[in-house]
Design a protein around this ligand. Structure first.
Ligand SMILES: [Zn+2]
Length: 451
């Protein structure tokens, strides 16, 4: 797995000017290559792809050696720029995005180097071709692994270097912590099936008045003036600050989830669907839902935690205790079931439904061997070791399984305890899981406490 670590750079005035020139040259190359593609298409209706342009790049760089701005850019860094253009074109051809456009020369904010080719870490500093040796704030150790790329990034708050490191693959054992269902929402950032609520920090809401004030101040300034430039920078800094707050929040939440739980079940929500809805789009942008999945996924892999995405249909409408459908609009925050009398926060009800769906998926997808267990203990099921491990993990949660089985065997009258326990209210498919597990272990007694 490739992970990125970001460190702050402290370039002096000369370095800053040189770094700016490198980005300038990268953007000039991008525009140059784009112009060539467009010209070729207009003349002969033939596309140009990366391999062809990579050959041209050498010639462009060697033209007019005395006064050629492209010479400020390292050879392999230029190749990365051409790859960027190439992937933009491929997306365009697939219809996923618009036609690549020419960029303003000061609008490039990052450029990637191959380590050892124009960029290297030397003596605690970062060496860059045509720039020099720049001081780095090593606020944390660079982890062991193969360094893949060194990326220079310009942000409103200053310069940074991102180190992309290929980490060693050591697959951890599957975590034995309990399962949890997670409802991702707008009113609360996350609601878990055990009742834990992570409230939304809503950084943008908090900073919106300040942002509006700064944006009005930009609008009052004369176009092209240095005052306007300063005001624009203030807006950009505030926006970066908001983004940092958001990222910090999700890092903490996802770390908490993977250390506490062994399996995380969530809805397979498409972000684009939420962004299409105008009422939800700002709020879902503000919470950074896309970032949540990205951070959770890699942390889960490293901690041996399984993330299951289930189909989100009706998770907020179904009663988590009896399974009947209780229709409600978005603004109704309380789930109140007329059939079994369960009264519960709407999001907690949804989280419990999600947990149930995650469990039922286990029941459906895991082939488990039939027949009596041999005398020598647990017998090997006819399935892959990974699946067998998960089945064992399921067996480990015997207490949880009891809670699952009780209401089923007791019938509808057993639903009074529902509010206290998130694991109840399972459907028939989940019961299948329980009984199969029972057979595999051969030693787990699931006691029926029904009448
Ligand atoms: Zn109900």
């Amino acid at each position: 797995m490739v992970r990125t670590y970001r460190y702050r750079l402290y370039p002096n005035k000369t370095h800053q000017a040189a770094l700016g020139n490198v980005l300038f040259a990268a953007c000039a190359l991008y525009n140059h290559a784009l112009a060539y593609r467009r010209k070729r298409w207009n003349e002969s209706r033939r596309g140009v792809w990366y391999n062809e342009q990579a050959g041209m790049w050498r010639d462009w760089r060697n033209e007019d050696p005395a006064d050629n701005p492209l010479r400020l850019l390292n050879m392999s860094a230029g190749q990365q720029v051409l790859r960027r253009l190439d992937s933009a074109y491929r997306e365009f051809v697939k219809g996923k995005r618009g036609r690549p456009r020419f960029r303003r020369l000061d609008h490039f904010n990052s450029v990637a180097f191959k380590p050892g080719d124009g960029a290297a870490l030397k003596g605690g500093r970062l060496y860059l071709q045509n720039v020099g040796s720049v001081r780095v704030n090593w606020h944390r150790e660079v982890p062991e692994g193969e360094l893949k790329h060194i990326i220079i990034v310009r942000k409103p708050s200053g310069w940074y270097v991102c180190l992309q490191v290929e980490m060693q693959k050591n697959i951890p054992a599957h975590s034995l912590n309990p399962l949890v269902g997670v409802d991702v929402g707008i009113a609360h950032a996350l609601v878990l099936s055990d009742g834990t609520v992570f409230d939304n920090p809503r950084p943008l809401q908090g900073s919106l008045p300040a942002l509006r004030r700064l944006q009005r101040s930009v609008a009052r300034k004369k176009r092209g003036g240095s005052n306007r430039k300063r005001a624009v920078l203030k807006v950009a800094r505030l926006q970066e600050h908001i983004a940092n707050q958001r990222r910090d929040f999700w890092h903490k939440v996802t770390r908490g989830l993977v250390t506490t739980y062994g399996t995380v079940v969530l809805e397979n929500l498409s972000l684009s669907f939420m962004l299409q809805n105008r009422a939800l789009s700002q709020a879902s942008h503000d919470t950074g839902l896309g970032m949540f999945r990205e951070l959770l996924d890699y942390k889960a892999v490293e901690a041996g935690v399984e993330v299951i995405a289930v189909y989100p249909r009706n998770t907020s409408q179904v009663c988590s205790a009896c399974g009947s459908i209780v229709p409600k609009v978005v603004c109704v925050r309380v789930h109140s079931c007329p059939d079994c009398g369960l009264v519960l926060d709407r999001d907690i009800n949804a989280a419990r439904n999600i947990l149930r769906l995650g469990r039922s998926r286990w029941g459906v997808t895991w082939p488990v061997a039939e027949g009596p267990a041999p005398a020598g203990g647990e017998r090997a099921p006819r399935c892959s070791p990974a699946i067998a491990g998960r089945v064992r993990h399921l067996v480990a949660g015997v207490a949880e399984l009891r809670l699952l089985v009780d209401p089923l065997e007791r019938g509808p009258a057993g639903n009074q305890r529902d509010e206290a326990d998130p694991g109840q209210g399972c459907q028939g498919e989940t019961a299948a899981t329980v009984h199969r597990t029972h057979r595999v272990s051969g030693s787990v007694g699931i006691r029926s406490s029904g009448p």
